[in-house]
Ligand binder design. Structure first.
Ligand SMILES: NC(=O)c1ccc[n+]([C@@H]2O[C@H](COP(=O)([O-])OP(=O)(O)OC[C@H]3O[C@@H](n4cnc5c(N)ncnc54)[C@H](OP(=O)(O)O)[C@@H]3O)[C@@H](O)[C@H]2O)c1
Length: 277
């Protein structure tokens, strides 16, 4: 397969480079093509003429997006549209990475792919709008929603908790937001599988199981053998610029339909901790 990866320098992108290394891979970061510039996007897609484009690049700072609505939409929505147009021009398949934050979090059970989008943040809005536009432009686009990424090669929640736990006797973590932590290594493997299986439509891909951020932090501290106390707090006690869904657990049935099963988040966390540089 010829694959062009946009966002190769990101947390997920770095693992995608590894997972796709058996393919004819073109890895690109913002230095090679800025998603906001349609002519740059067109050029790199035209030059590589891939079977698949994997669009992992995005403006992912959820709080930053609240203050920079124009940039959020320019990169995450218009940028994705530029990629979809370039894909249509050369006949490439497109896999678009999206997010659990397209939902408002009020559903008491896991979100299915057909549940209506109702984002409550600018980041979520920019991704939800991109999904809609891409599905119009490319009926066979594959939209993969994932959540709570952690991995090597960048900032992530477990790394932050470990840093804090090393210097503080107690840390406070919100206990009223539930989701599925997802190891970039496991996700990259699942995405490579989805490409090889010719996936289309919306797919939910996360590690299995779910927890709150507090429960996630407790597990990180326990598995690392640290003595720091983790204290549960509410989101209201720790206001942030962007609202987050209370429940953003994604149902795995769309992934299972392709015969792909991801390990539990606890198993993934152990492997992440064991392989930390
Ligand atoms: N992180 C999460 O918890 C999470 C959850 C759900 C979904 N997702 C989605 O999963 C995907 C991967 O996330 P991630 O955490 O790996 O992202 P990340 O670490 O923030 O990496 C973002 C990537 O996008 C590139 N990029 C940013 N602005 C760009 C622009 N204007 N033009 C071209 N490239 C640009 C960056 O390139 P440079 O390094 O060159 O700037 C980098 O390679 C994203 O689509 C994200 O929305 C993430």
């Amino acid at each position: 397969m010829r694959v062009t990866l946009l966002g190769s320098s990101g947390l997920l992108g770095q693992e995608l480079v590894r997972a796709l290394n058996g393919e004819q891979l073109t890895s690109l970061s913002s230095k090679d093509a800025d998603l906001r510039d349609p002519s740059q996007v067109e050029r790199v897609i035209h030059d590589s003429r891939p079977d698949w484009i994997v669009l992992s690049a995005a403006f992912t700072d959820v709080d930053g997006c609240e203050a920079n609505r124009d940039r959020a939409f320019a990169v995450n929505c218009d940028g994705a549209v530029h990629v979809a147009n370039a894909a249509a021009a050369v006949g490439s398949r497109l896999m678009f990475l999206s997010t659990d934050y397209v939902f408002d979090g009020t559903k008491p059970s896991p979100y299915e792919t057909a549940d209506p989008r109702h984002p409550i943040s600018v980041y979520g809005e920019s991704k939800a709008r991109a999904e809609e536009r891409l599905l119009e432009i490319l009926p066979d686009v594959c939209v993969v929603r994932t959540s709570w990424l952690f991995g090597h090669g960048g900032k992530c929640f477990p790394a932050t908790i470990l840093k804090l736990a090393a210097v503080r006797p107690e840390i406070s973590v919100v206990n009223d937001q539930r989701g599925s932590p997802t190891f970039t290594r496991d996700l990259a493997w699942a995405l490579a599988q989805l490409c090889s299986k010719g996936a289309r439509g919306i797919v939910h891909a996360t590690n299995s199981g779910n927890c709150t951020w507090f429960e996630f932090a407790k597990e990180i501290v326990a598995v690392s053998g640290l003595s720091t106390t983790v204290k549960p707090v509410t989101t209201a006690e720790f206001p942030r610029p962007a609202r987050r869904p209370a429940n953003s657990v994604l149902s795995p049935s769309s992934l299972h339909a392709y015969g792909i099963h991801m390990p539990s988040w606890q198993d993934a966390l152990r492997r992440y901790l064991e392989t930390r540089p």
